[in-house]
Design a protein around this ligand. Structure first.
Ligand code: MCN
Ligand code: CUN
Length: 795
């Protein structure tokens, strides 16, 4: 069911209208559907060599020796680089995005299975791979730290013993909210529900794995790096700092990216090795990882063990929330998030409810696992936060025997309370939660579903209905509060209108499939009236675009989208002065209608944008201070984040014999403020909901006692397909952001954030006849069946 975007919605008035021509087809698709996309692995440079990485088979071991002589002698091999070589270049360790360092190649000790040990460069990919097997490595195997619960025990092996004075695996303690106030409310509350809730380790697994092609030109001392990057400008700055190559001599190109989902935010050893390889050999070097390398060594997601508690009155007024979290960060603290927030935006865990107090504490821990932590459409750990609160609310509903929709409706922040300051320091910009909740219930036929469920229960059939209501915080900056490695989170935009009235807008964010080439053209089209097909969007090349922090945390629309709207307004304003000169009148006598300035009271006398563009570059005498072009640039520093929200309802059927869960229906009502392209929004939501089915029912990156990764291939790490998902039923409400130039909020991660709790809530609801109150993801048949038997959770 698609509720048409023009359906009248008196409450929202004109705000329901999508902008810039609305549901138009994607400009990037003709090249994708014809196989003409240009991905990193499509880049072939003259004389290009190929690199391959030798990875550790064990999780924790001293490196005793490496013998590369046989590999070097292998036909086609040009060079073999080891950690010792990098030590000489001062490149053995590289800074992470979280003020830690990460080994580029192992020098002293292996710290996770799959870690980078040596780099072979050869004439072709096959020779490079073959030569890996000829490298002799002697490992002195150590006991690994696998279980985060015991990682802080005295006597646990120390993962990061190379750090000065390190005697344990503790990384940080971080807290938000008010512990004393929260504890006081808990002490006197009628009802308290406590639960350990695990958000297991998962992986973004984009269709395209990570890779790079490095081309160092020694005469100019210039580096061109083609890279799978969600943030080319930030990467360039970091490469300049680490390599010593001046920043203006570095060009980063991220061409088409086959999905990022947070996996391509960080800088991986492979990228650095490609650069080192090009410098060493004097030829371009390509490195592209395979699927197992991607799953085993690049940024994982989640891995939070959350001890959560909710306090309420007996009639269902929620009073307070508190949680203690153990966060497994793996061997290096390499998560990508604003510096001030080591747990990302997890402290929005108060969700969509008006509480009296809240407190959260997060402890980050090193283990012998791959690093990462902020990825997989997580909105900087809002995924974990939403899952925690939405599970606890459902458990509370079960405990006080109240309908879970009713409990939510009773506790929502009310429309008149916005802007709403929550108890952990977030100022929610706008919201109308009840309206979205009621729309989703109406679309679902909620009361009928509950009746159907009661009938089925009476017959011994297992049907579950799960609700999740989420609020996200997306669009980082503001820069005064948010930076990544010291770079403030703002975005630039440049707009040029050519003399014939066609436009090019250059943006600093980087599409990985989100459709920026279409939607950013639509924003400009809305503001200056040139149709989207006449506006080209340039992104993904640091030589071609203004500085900015990149695409993640659904920040492109909130930050870069705002920059684009403002740069278009700047051009529109400039056009007024030029039109006035052309019409020999005063600017204040002109009026704007989409695409043209005309004389107030005489609409027949005016100039279109195309005419003005020609005029700007022509022979008209321009007013003082107006240059002879129709170009502009801005850098946008957002005053606040945006707070999209949504109401999701999931219906599942559980097979009582096998424990298999089938998602029968899923209703998703999203509110991302002003909508630019409803079709792209639906695509984002469909993708995110599918992610949710994967996480809730199928996906887990598990480790055995030796630290072996058990999720290193698609045989073990399952990706949901059309077979596992229902026909999504999407709806929307529109509550514009008051501080965004066009009122838009982000949507790119909403459904991934919001859907897992709806699915798990539905599964637990189905298992109610068995007295089940909670179960941890993924709800695989084996686990569901065990829960039905009251047995411990199998892996
Ligand atoms: N949009 C819109 N109207 C709005 C909000 C957004 O039409 N009110 C459009 C945007 O213009 C953009 C798309 O929806 O074309 C997503 O916008 P936004 O929410 O701003 O998110 P970003 O563009 O910043 O994308 C990042 C987000 C993240 S962080 C992850 S993770 C994720 C996601 O996008 N990775 C994706 N969706 C993905 N989709 C694809 N195909 N591939 C990925 O790697
Ligand atoms: Cu957290 S995944 Mo997206 O922000 O690139």
């Amino acid at each position: 069911t698609i509720i048409e975007e023009h359906a009248p919605n008196p409450a929202a008035g004109d705000a329901d209208r999508p902008i810039g021509y609305g549901r138009i087809q994607r400009k990037e698709d003709p090249r994708f559907v014809r196989g003409k996309g240009n991905y990193v692995d499509d880049i072939v440079l003259p004389g290009m060599l190929h690199g391959a990485i030798l990875r550790s088979p064990v999780a924790h071991a001293r490196l005793v020796s490496i013998d590369t002589s046989a590999a070097l002698a292998h036909p086609g091999v040009v060079a073999v680089i080891t950690g010792q070589d990098l030590l000489g270049l001062k490149l053995a360790w590289a800074p992470t995005l979280s003020a830690d360092v990460q080994a580029v190649l192992v020098t002293d000790k292996v710290r996770f299975q799959g870690q980078e040990v040596a780099f072979v460069i050869a004439e072709d990919r096959y020779a490079a791979r073959d030569a890996l097997e000829l490298i002799e490595v002697d490992y002195d195997v150590l006991t690994p730290v696998v279980d985060v619960r015991t990682a802080l025990d005295p006597g646990a092996p120390v993962v990061r013993d190379e750090l000065e004075g390190r005697t344990d695996n503790h990384i940080f303690d971080w807290e938000a909210g008010n512990a004393a106030e929260t504890d006081a409310i808990f002490a006197s509350a009628d009802v308290v529900v406590s639960q350990e809730i695990v958000y297991p380790r998962s992986h973004p697994a984009p269709m395209e794995t990570c890779g790079a092609v490095a081309d160092f030109e020694p005469i100019e001392g210039a580096l061109t790096l083609y890279e799978t990057s969600q943030a080319p400008h930030a990467h360039r700055t970091l490469f300049a700092i680490v390599s010593g190559i001046p920043e203006h001599k570095i060009r980063i190109v991220s061409p088409d990216i086959g999905g990022g989902f947070g996996n391509k935010v960080g800088i991986y050893p492979g990228y650095i090795l490609a650069v080192v390889g090009s410098i060493v050999t004097g030829r371009p070097v390509k490195w592209v990882e395979d699927r197992s390398e991607n799953l085993m060594s690049t940024s994982f997601a989640r891995d939070y063990i959350m001890q959560g508690e909710i306090a309420a009155t007996k009639d269902g007024k929620i009073l307070a929330l508190r949680t203690n979290v153990l966060a497994d960060h793996g061997a290096f603290n390499a998560t990508a998030q604003p510096t001030k927030y080591p747990a990302g935006f997890f402290h929005i865990f108060t969700g969509s409810y008006d509480l009296q107090a809240a407190h959260c504490k997060v402890t980050g821990v090193y283990t012998n696992k791959a690093p990462g932590g902020v990825a997989y459409a997580c909105s900087f750990r809002v995924t974990e936060a939403v899952y925690l609160v939405e599970r606890l609310v459902d458990m509370l509903a079960q405990k006080i025997e109240m309908d879970s929709a009713e409990l939510r409706l009773k506790n929502f922040i009310k429309p008149e309370q916005f802007p709403y300051m929550n108890k952990t320091g977030w100022e929610y910009d706008s919201g109308n939660y009840e309206r979205a909740m009621r729309l989703s219930m109406e679309m679902a036929g909620y009361d009928d579903l509950r009746r159907e469920q009661a009938e089925k229960r009476a017959r011994g059939e297992l049907m579950g209905i799960g609700i999740s209501f989420f609020t996200e915080t997306v669009g980082a900056g503001p820069r005064k509060h948010m930076d990544i490695v010291g770079l403030g989170m703002a975005d630039g935009a440049e707009l040029r209108i050519h003399p014939t009235g066609k436009a090019v807008v250059r943006i600093s964010v980087q599409s990985q499939g989100q459709g920026h080439e279409t939607t950013f053209a639509q924003i400009v089209a809305e503001e200056i009236g040139i149709p989207p097909e006449d506006i080209d969007v340039v992104h993904g090349d640091t030589d071609q675009t203004p500085f900015g922090l990149g695409t993640y945390g659904s920040r492109s629309t909130p930050v870069s989208g705002a920059a684009v709207a403002l740069v278009a307004r700047k051009v529109r304003e400039k056009a007024k002065f030029i039109a006035a000169a052309m019409l020999e009148t005063r600017p204040e006598d002109l009026e704007w209608e989409k695409g043209r300035w005309f004389v107030k009271g005489d609409p027949s006398v005016g100039k279109t944008m195309a005419e003005i563009a020609m005029g700007a570059h022509g022979t008209v005498t321009l007013p003082e201070g107006i240059d002879g072009n129709l170009d502009a640039e801005v850098t946008y520093d957002p005053p606040n984040l945006t707070f999209p929200f949504g109401a999701y309802i999931c219906v599942v059927d559980v097979d009582p014999g096998t424990g298999h869960v089938k998602v029968r229906r899923f209703i998703a009502v999203d509110d991302c403020g002003t909508r630019i392209n409803p079709m792209i929004i639906e695509g984002q939501v469909h993708g995110g909901l599918t992610d949710g089915v994967g996480m809730a029912l199928m996906q887990l990156i598990e480790f055995d006692d030796e630290g072996n990764c058990l999720g290193g291939s698609f045989m073990d790490y399952l990706i949901p397909t059309a077979m596992e998902v229902p026909d999504w039923e999407t709806g929307f409400t529109v509550t514009p952001s008051p501080h965004h130039p066009i009122g838009a909020k982000g949507i790119g991660e909403s459904a991934t954030v919001g859907s897992p709790p709806a699915i798990v809530n539905a599964v637990v609801d189905a298992l109610r006849p068995f007295g089940v109150t909670h179960m941890d993801m993924p709800c695989t048949p084996a686990r569901v069946w065990a829960a039905m038997q009251g047995r411990p959770t199998p892996p």
